[in-house]
Design a binder for this molecule. Structure first.
Ligand SMILES: *[C@@H]1O[C@H](CO)[C@@H](O)[C@H](O)[C@H]1NC(C)=O
Ligand SMILES: *[C@@H]1O[C@H](CO)[C@@H](O)[C@H](O)[C@H]1NC(C)=O
Ligand SMILES: *[C@@H]1O[C@H](CO)[C@@H](O)[C@H](O)[C@H]1NC(C)=O
Ligand SMILES: *[C@@H]1O[C@H](CO)[C@@H](O)[C@H](O)[C@H]1NC(C)=O
Ligand SMILES: *[C@@H]1O[C@H](CO)[C@@H](O)[C@H](O)[C@H]1NC(C)=O
Ligand SMILES: *[C@@H]1O[C@H](CO)[C@@H](O)[C@H](O)[C@H]1NC(C)=O
Ligand SMILES: *[C@@H]1O[C@H](CO)[C@@H](O)[C@H](O)[C@H]1NC(C)=O
Length: 484
């Protein structure tokens, strides 16, 4: 990271990371602090350890922590069964010469062999799959493409891969070596039940190419790591979600093992694929607003994010269930709006020092992060939630808590904002002042927010939003309240 800084990079994109660590032991957090001191934006993967809580990587507040969502594109491979039922799956390999005639269908694990159920290498030697469509389960000791190779080597005509329960409804478009389709776990169970229901099950796969406009996209990927942050629960993480499922990109070699091919593209999934999308958007914002700090760019991305999908309903996870702010952070990135956020929450590198002292780090530990001698004292420490962050994450007991924030107007010189509060259940939120007029020359304004528990709600946590609304902007700040 230091070398990239020396090279004059503008944005660092890190599709890597370990688990939660104290920031003074986290080499990415330390490297990123050096970068933001030079005005360089750092975006990092949130991790692929979801859907489990507290599974984040890269939790430092000076990093943009990126989760992964689906996109509205599907590379469709529809499984058609002998009973006329059909299931939309995906395959990146889309043969044009595969017949739509129904072929015999078998479940490779029908006789109880686990390795055959997974179509692991060598497992189909003694199974008669010749000319058949073979249903394999994901998992075991092989990746999807290798399962296809096993089916092909054993003489199979085509393969259906069913997801396991955990990967659920996120199908992947792989570059298979034979006609294939990856279907959801639920669809896989239906196909198994059909195989059981008849003495001569039949199936084929219909290749339909690229389909756009999936209305329930973006959906949060099950694998996307979730908060709360372990190292700093007072900062809401992840910050944002972006495209990270079935992302099409250049690949270093031909995916079909053919030296003469131009197919040097592949599709893979992960928060590693979401991260560079956000890095690219940060680069766009940096070029249209060269004077914005990394924190300002981050704020612009977060306060303008989408909470709804393309169908106009709230973003869900891939089981179509609700998602909370510890799953999607501020929401799904909306680059156009991020270019014109109205207000930003700025943070200068030195502003992180009182925050780090407030985390309870000693002088040596803070010094490791900021790379110079630091003297922490009570008067130079702040609670985590007092950092000028574009979201709120607090632990609330019976005493009210007050935090301040400073916003900077980067929109029209004369504009007037009103606070709109969508209070978390069981919490009273009071904002002072609740109206901010800009136009007098000072582009900055400070407000305070007081959170008070109003009722004993039987919830581990509760969430809401503080929106600053003007005639032409909505600056949205998520609020997460964990009760204690
Ligand atoms: C389809 O075309 C591929 C590539 O030309 C060939 O290898 C394969 O045997 C063909 N399949 C059928 C069913 O004709
Ligand atoms: C299961 O066993 C039967 C009887 O030996 C055999 O006909 C069939 O092909 C086997 N199926 C699989 C998937 O191994
Ligand atoms: C997949 O989505 C369906 C709704 O279409 C839902 O009922 C099911 O629970 C989901 N399955 C998994 C494993 O997430
Ligand atoms: C299919 O039948 C087998 C054996 O009779 C049974 O163990 C399995 O649960 C059935 N699967 C489905 C999906 O009905
Ligand atoms: C975000 O919302 C806007 C409407 O405000 C919509 O035009 C856009 O397509 C949405 N983006 C995504 C990825 O859902
Ligand atoms: C700070 O904490 C470290 C352990 O992380 C310890 O080794 C060191 O002595 C402490 N330094 C001071 C100045 O207290
Ligand atoms: C700092 O605050 C802590 C806890 O409130 C207290 O125990 C300690 O004495 C204070 N230190 C100083 C130097 O005031």
């Amino acid at each position: 990271m230091d070398t990239a800084v020396e090279d004059g990079a503008d944005v660092l994109s890190l599709s890597l990371g370990g688990g939660s660590l104290p920031f003074y032991k986290d080499s990415i957090a330390i490297g990123a602090f050096g970068a933001i001191q030079k005005g360089i934006f750092v975006s990092c993967a949130a991790g692929n350890e979801g859907p489990f809580k507290e599974s984040l990587s890269n939790e430092a507040p000076w990093i943009l922590t990126v989760g992964a969502s689906t996109v509205d594109r599907s590379i469709r491979a529809t499984v058609l069964l002998g009973n006329k039922a059909s299931y939309d799956g995906q395959s990146f390999f889309q043969p044009t010469n595969f017949s739509s005639t129904l072929l015999p269908l078998i479940y490779a694990g029908a006789n109880g062999s686990d390795t055959a159920a997974f179509c692991d290498p060598g497992s189909l030697k003694d199974v008669d799959v010749k000319g058949k469509v073979v249903l394999c389960e994901s998992g075991g000791f092989s990746e999807s493409v290798d399962k296809g190779q096993e089916v092909k080597d054993a003489g199979g005509a085509a393969m259906i891969i069913m997801n396991d329960e955990l990967s659920g409804n996120i199908t992947t478009a792989d570059f298979h070596v034979l006609p294939a389709s990856d279907v959801t776990y639920a669809d896989g169970l239906s196909i198994k039940a059909y195989i059981n229901s008849t003495s001569s099950p039949m199936a084929t796969i219909l290749f339909k190419g690229t389909v756009f406009g999936v209305p329930y996209a973006p959906q949060l990927a099950s694998f996307s790591s979730r908060g709360p942050s372990l190292e700093s629960p007072g900062i809401l993480k992840p910050d944002i979600i972006g495209p990270g499922v079935d992302i099409l990109a250049a690949w270093p070699y031909a995916v079909d093992n053919n030296r003469n091919t131009k197919s040097t593209f592949n599709m893979i999934s992960g928060t590693s694929m979401a991260t560079p999308h956000l890095s690219g958007i940060a680069a766009l914002l940096k070029s249209s607003h060269p004077d914005w700090s990394p924190a300002a760019i981050k704020s612009a991305i977060m306060t303008t994010a989408n909470l709804t999908n393309l169908g106009g309903t709230p973003i869900t996870d891939d089981s179509f269930g609700p998602v909370d702010v510890f799953a999607i952070g501020s929401g799904h990135v909306n680059p156009t709006k991020a270019d014109d956020p109205g207000l930003v929450y700025d943070i200068q590198p030195d502003d992180y020092i009182p925050y780090l002292c407030g985390l309870g780090y000693n002088n040596t530990e803070v010094g490791i992060i900021v790379q110079r001698p630091v003297t922490c004292s009570n008067s130079s420490s702040i609670p985590e939630a007092q950092l000028n962050y574009p979201s709120f994450s607090i632990k609330l007991g019976s005493s009210p808590q007050t935090y301040t924030r400073t916003v900077t107007n980067v929109g029209p010189f004369k504009s007037s904002y009103i606070a709109e509060i969508i209070a978390p259940q069981g919490v009273d939120v009071k904002v002072t002042p609740n109206a901010i007029p800009f136009g007098g020359g000072d582009p900055k304004a400070t407000y305070s927010v007081t959170f008070t528990r109003t009722a004993n709600v039987n919830l581990p946590f509760s969430q809401g939003y503080l929106n600053w609304v003007s005639a032409d902007h909505v600056v949205r700040n998520p609020i997460a309240v964990t009760f204690e």
